[in-house]
Design a binder for this molecule. Structure first.
Ligand SMILES: C[S@@+](CC[C@H](N)C(=O)[O-])C[C@H]1O[C@@H](n2cnc3c(N)ncnc32)[C@H](O)[C@@H]1O
Length: 239
């Protein structure tokens, strides 16, 4: 059964988000480093992340896909959200359903837990997560895969496929363009790890994992300092 996340308020560090410089530089990241950069980054951004994300995305593609997910789900479904962050979507996903949110950042999980007391939350790296096969009606991952190393994304699709029940689906925003794994020196005031394997590779690896694509499209949103595109998918487990 899902483990309820325990608050670790003593680890909280509050740093206001600053505008980002958009300076990118590639670094050679050793094994394990990307996860530590992401964890430390989101812990440090802390409560500033959720208001930034609520306001930054003017087109609200996430809202559209969230609505699509909710209308496809039966009541009493089992829903897994990967990289749930501060729980912006958790309340809707958890309504009359069993919900498990997983995140690397204990600070973001603290915020999610405060907003969604009926959800279950787990502090874990999604790429190291072990869950029973055939146990979820949907897996949702919004703006998370762009923080997962490129080489780990295909194996992650295989794990998600196994966790889903036959006929269940995976909904995610994935990296739209292709670039090497990199660290941005100042993203919301912290160093942050980013990866993106691109739409063609996303589709190829999802197909290889066994998924059938029901929606697959590039969508552009306007952030405060420019346009950003993601590859949005709804992929179904067919057997
Ligand atoms: C951009 S935020 C998105 C949060 C939420 N899905 C939303 O749309 O508001 C990315 C979240 O993914 C989490 N994350 C990134 N890589 C992760 C990993 N390997 N395991 C667990 N969580 C991860 C981060 O800690 C962060 O909270």
């Amino acid at each position: 059964m899902p483990v309820r996340f325990r608050s670790v308020a003593s680890r909280r560090k509050r740093h206001p988000a600053r505008s980002c410089s958009r300076t990118l530089f590639a670094v050679s990241v050793g094994k394990g480093d990307p996860k530590r950069i992401v964890e430390a980054g989101y812990d440090q951004i802390g409560p500033s992340y959720r208001p930034w994300s609520d306001e930054a995305m003017s087109n609200d593609v996430r809202g559209e896909y969230l609505q699509d997910v909710v209308t496809r789900l039966p009541k009493d479904a089992d829903v897994l959200e990967l990289g749930c962050g501060p729980g912006a979507d958790a309340a809707q996903l958890a309504r009359e359903r069993r919900y498990l949110g997983v995140d690397l950042s204990s600070v973001q999980l603290d915020i999610a837990l405060a907003h969604v007391p009926n959800g279950s939350f787990l502090h874990a790296d999604i790429t190291a997560l072990e869950l029973p096969a055939n146990s979820f009606d949907a897996v949702v991952a919004f703006y998370v895969f762009n923080h997962v190393p490129g080489a780990e994304q295909g194996p992650m699709f295989v794990k998600i496929y196994a966790w889903l029940r036959p006929g269940a689906f995976f909904c995610a925003s994935l990296g739209a363009g292709e670039h090497e794994d990199l660290v941005q020196d100042d993203w919301l005031g912290v160093p942050m790890f980013f990866a993106s394997i691109g739409r063609d590779e996303n589709e190829r690896l999802l197909g290889e994992a066994g998924f059938q694509l029901e929606r697959s499209e590039l969508r552009t949103e306007l952030e405060e300092d420019g346009e950003v595109s993601f590859h949005w998918v709804i992929a179904r487990k067919t057997n």
